[in-house]
Design a protein around this ligand. Sequence first.
Ligand code: FAD
Ligand code: NAI
Length: 464
Amino acid sequence: MADYDYDVLVIGAGPGGYVAAIRAAQLGLKTACAESRATLGGTCLNVGCIPSKALLHASELFHEASSGALAKFGVKTAGVELDLAAMHGSRLDAVNGLTGGIEFLFKKNKVDWLKGHAAFTSADTVVIDGKKVRAKNIVIATGSSVTPLPGVTVDNEVVLDSTSALELAAVPKHMVVIGGGVIGLELGSVWKRLGAKVTVVEFLDQILPGMDGEVRKEAAKLFKKQGFEIKTSTKVTKVERSGTSATITIEPAAGGAAETIEADAVLVSIGRRPNTDGLALDKAGLAVNKRGQIETNHDFSTSVRGVWAIGDVIPGPMLAHKAEDEGIAVAENIAGLTGIVNHDLIPSVVYTFPEIAGVGLTEEDATAKGEVKVGKFPMVANSRAKAIKAADGFVKVIADAKTDRVLGVWIIAGPAGTMIGQAAQAMEFGASSEDIAYTCNAHPTHNEAIKEAAMAVLGKPIHA
Ligand code: FAD
Ligand code: NAI
């Protein structure tokens, strides 16, 4: 340690950084974490995963109660009212409880929170609010921020990013969502359920890039059934705000006649980009790649000895659980253990209703690599989904035609995000579709649909 202040200094206290700091401290390393935000937990806990899921849950409850959808279960509702301020209060409760929880965990594990913005002055030294801190190992976990759309100014009143779209004080009449990805569909769902008309403008020919083709098609069908207007292969060329509304000019992605849409809320959700501005990476001898990311080796070390990077700031899916697992792995690697993350098996989930989830390869990617067998099972044939009258979607299992090893699992179902964990675990253990087909699942559960889809790979499921 000699003249080092810390064994490990983590920059950023999101799911990557706070987990890395706690794990490093648990492994006996003297650890600090620099965070410029007023609370710990990063994007995910403050303005991402947690507040969005709090609103998705609350808005679904409101929608079910107010739309008369509960009548089919013999539950009559009348006079249901929205108290948006209380709904926001409940969101903030969830956020405050969880961010406060990280502060407690830091204290419990003796991680020092160094409050302020960190910038490198050399490979082993950063300056935080004028104070120099020297560490033997520095982990960059600075996360990502909203990608701006050139020519479109986010004013956080009418033209929104994901953070201001979580905080609207009134339900918009018409929300135009630019970008049919995860944020657009989740936050679009929130405001749709609370009464807004929602139009999604997507540049590509399908929503939800990166997901299995059949899943993308089915998802679009279900969102349209819910009343979303979805304009694919369409680009936004201008957004002009006037007072409390905006005029959005769109045209076909391939070029053609322009048209305009009027809206009182416009959500810009075209992706996120890594946070490296203001870090003075050059002082550490580091550079970013073409996409602005910090490249790492498989152990999360960078090209500079003693400097490591994890989470949204490095290549790979921008997901909290990926960042967390990398946080554990990097701390273990720094401590001389072997920390590994299997980047081939990071599940992804869209928390709409129904949920949409996948792990492993899409059918398109798997087919490009070799011969595959595909088994599908519709949720309408799953007894639990039928019993609760929410039977949209399907499970799809993709296996190697020769070895039967499962290569990908894709699910659209009410609790797809929970179900996908079973598939991820089976695949992590190298399961074949036969392994899954012969695993006993409790009845009646949604997970039985995974077993039946695996049976469909081998021949025939029982119930379809
Ligand atoms: P971040 O969480 O972005 O944290 C980085 C932290 O570093 C920030 O707090 C920042 O203030 C701090 N920082 C940056 N630079 C400095 C500096 N120089 N000095 C000091 N501090 C600094 N992912 C999921 O898996 N599931 C979800 O349901 C989900 N929902 C989301 C919903 C929304 C609306 C958004 C925007 C994102 C969502 N995500 C979700 C993505 C998830 O939030 C990110 O993948 C995750 O937060 C990345 O973690 P991270 O630790 O890499 O970075
Ligand atoms: P995204 O990458 O999921 O989707 C962006 C969409 O915008 C894409 O479909 C893209 O084709 C489209 N697009 C890009 N430029 C466009 C343009 N000019 N006009 C119209 N469409 C355009 O990005 P999003 O939704 O902003 O989310 C960012 C990241 O946050 C995601 O990649 C995800 O990793 C993370 N996230 C994860 C969640 C989850 O796990 N449930 C929830 C929310 C965010």
